[in-house]
Design a protein around this ligand. Sequence first.
Ligand code: NAP
Length: 302
Amino acid sequence: MYDIIIIGAGPAGMTAAIYARRAEKSVLVLEARSYGGQIVSTPEIENYPAAPHISGFDFATKVYEQAVELGAEFRFERVTGITDGSVKTVTTSGGSYEGRAVIIATGSECRRLGLPGEDKLAGRGISYCATCDGGFFRKKDVAVVGGGNTALEDALYLSGLARTVYVIHRRDSFRGDGATAARLRSKDNVKLVLNSRVTALEYGDRLTGIEVTDNDGGVSSIPLDGLFIAVGRTPENAPFAGLIELDGAGYVSASENCRTSVPGIFAAGDNRTKEVRQLVTAAADGAVAAGEAIKYLEGSGF
Ligand code: NAP
């Protein structure tokens, strides 16, 4: 039996673990993949206070090491559900664990374009992680689809490796930061393809190109070695849908105090309803959720 079980070892979950351990609560962190969450795909974090120019992987590793040093236990198992009660049972691919409180910090997963061939081409020219796979495309022609910070940062990173980087975005202005967009525009080997969507994938055994349709209906083809898809993310809350309240888009309905519709279960980070989904707000959520879980365990304010 643990005081607090944390589901997800991204910045929110690992920060919650740090705060809970510093309050001397026993902590189990369950993670389906490896520690770090989506931040490990970020080549360089430039907007976290006091840590400019750190890679997402290095940042995540430091937070992980801090949590482990403080005594948080990590198990790499996929959570399949939670049974509520005065003690909560969290079931995983590897077994089940009991906790007095639970923090769900599962984050989100990459959204697909939903085009025919997309799934089978993953790893054969299609990637959802520029830092993981960019090295395979040195001096090759690649495209990034999307207009958010992930797409802009991926394109900047790839511009240092690839011969040509096309950025395909469905509008004429970017959702991502102006400063990053300006740096991207200054790169000689970056070509912006705006007001356009990828409408088909061209392939044999591997991706060979894409069909692009502009907003006026004009269709063209771009030969490519690689396509990096960065069109946003969807929350990973499916195992909890029958237990806690989710909003229409699948995010956990939780306010700034991170409380869910079920007492003793809290949500932290990108998987909850919120205005700003950033590294700094994910870490902040971890601290808030841990504080609320501690209050719940100690019977104050509930
Ligand atoms: P995002 O901000 O939601 O942007 C998704 C982009 O993909 C948007 O430009 C969107 O176009 C486009 N898009 C969505 N669905 C599409 C489709 N079906 N076809 C074509 N384009 C599509 O997602 P994100 O870039 O992954 O970022 C997620 C969150 O993490 C954001 O809050 C972001 O600021 C944050 N983030 C922060 C950092 C950092 O702080 N360093 C780094 C990466 C990400 P529209 O603009 O037209 O909607």
